[in-house]
Write a protein that binds this ligand. Structure first.
Ligand code: AMP
Ligand code: MN
Ligand code: MN
Ligand code: MN
Length: 305
């Protein structure tokens, strides 16, 4: 089974449409895919419709990635198996979108002091109705020649403490977990090694996330070494969290592809342990002891013909 529980479409800062994303997942032989756009569920119905109309052999997991503030850090919490039609969830995500718009306005204002003429209209145009993210600012700044790459533009202008950075004002961890639970989902700490936390702070984060009711952490992300995966899983065990896997795919690059490199060892307890997975012609494989979780991303079952 090939499973990827973290990906983006152009409804937030991904490049692909929901239709193209699910087509790509099928081409990559993925059986189970979660779409987890930043603070929006707008792509889910479109993806589901496309899967149904094209009869794609792919199980879609309804997801979202919620931005939270924890001390000075921006911590991302992925919600999986949420009800994307829950009116309360939609209203709550709308409040995050409002914060995004306010932050973007302030970012554009700050950037004018650094020889970037008011860029909000151009950034809004690039976003084209999507959840407004720093990625859209980064694309614009690269377009106008302020930096040579996305990585450089974050380093120079958009990372914490840099010219265009606006101190975050998201909801807190416990609130995001509550929102996800209220919408029927499970809460997953996204990419725990992406926050540049030292061991002490990472342990504190995992503990506080678990205390807030969190359910799992991403043990496998691209480019994480086996030792790093072991370390996250060890913290998961300490705080009774399950394991998730996700590429955090935004666009095809040399380093990132849907479902690639999400290997895990047999002993982890996956977040999808009790899910009804129908990846092989209706066969439920979620709790089949014959299916190894070693290498979540490696096909151990054929796709339906
Ligand atoms: P936001 O949610 O608006 O703060 O934007 C965060 C997004 O920016 C992340 O989800 C990434 O997609 C992107 N991002 C953050 N850091 C970098 C980086 N160094 N290079 C490229 N993209 C980045
Ligand atoms: Mn992103
Ligand atoms: Mn993230
Ligand atoms: Mn993400």
């Amino acid at each position: 089974m090939k499973i990827d529980l973290h990906s983006h479409t152009f409804c937030s800062d991904g490049i692909l449409s929901p239709q193209d994303l699910v087509e790509r997942a099928v081409a990559q032989k993925i059986n189970v895919l979660a779409i987890t756009d930043h603070d929006t569920v707008a792509g889910l119905a479109i993806a589901a419709e496309h899967i149904a109309s094209q009869q794609l052999p792919l199980q879609l997991i309804d997801g979202v990635e919620i931005s939270t503030s924890w001390y000075e850090f921006e911590i991302h919490i992925v919600g999986l198996q949420i009800n994307p039609n829950d009116p309360e969830l939609l209203a709550r995500l709308e409040s995050q979108q409002q914060r995004r718009l306010e932050r973007a306005t302030e970012m554009a204002r700050r950037l004018t002091k650094f020889q970037v003429p008011d860029c909000l209209p151009a950034v809004l145009k690039l976003a084209n109705g999507a959840a407004l993210t720093r990625t859209h600012f980064a694309r614009h700044l690269v377009n106008i020649g302020k930096a040579s790459s996305m990585n450089n533009v974050f380093k120079k202008y958009l990372a914490r403490g840099k010219a265009g950075y606006v101190p975050n004002n998201w909801v807190d961890l416990a609130t995001a977990v509550q929102w996800i639970h209220d919408a029927g989902g499970v809460a997953v700490l996204a990419h725990p090694l992406k926050y540049n936390l030292n061991g002490k702070w990472l342990t504190k984060l995992m503990r506080e996330f678990a205390l807030a009711g969190g359910d799992a952490a991403e043990v496998a992300s691209p480019q994480q070494t086996p030792v790093q995966k072991r370390e996250i899983w060890r913290l998961c065990q300490l705080f009774e969290l399950k394991a998730s896997v996700g590429s955090d795919f935004h666009q095809p690059t040399q380093w990132n592809e849907l479902g690639r490199g999400l290997y895990m060892t047999d002993d982890i307890i996956p977040i999808w342990q009790n899910w009804q997975l129908h990846t092989v012609a209706g066969t439920e494989i979620g709790s089949d002891p014959k299916i190894k979780t070693t290498e979540a991303a490696v096909e151990s079952l054929p796709l339906p013909q």
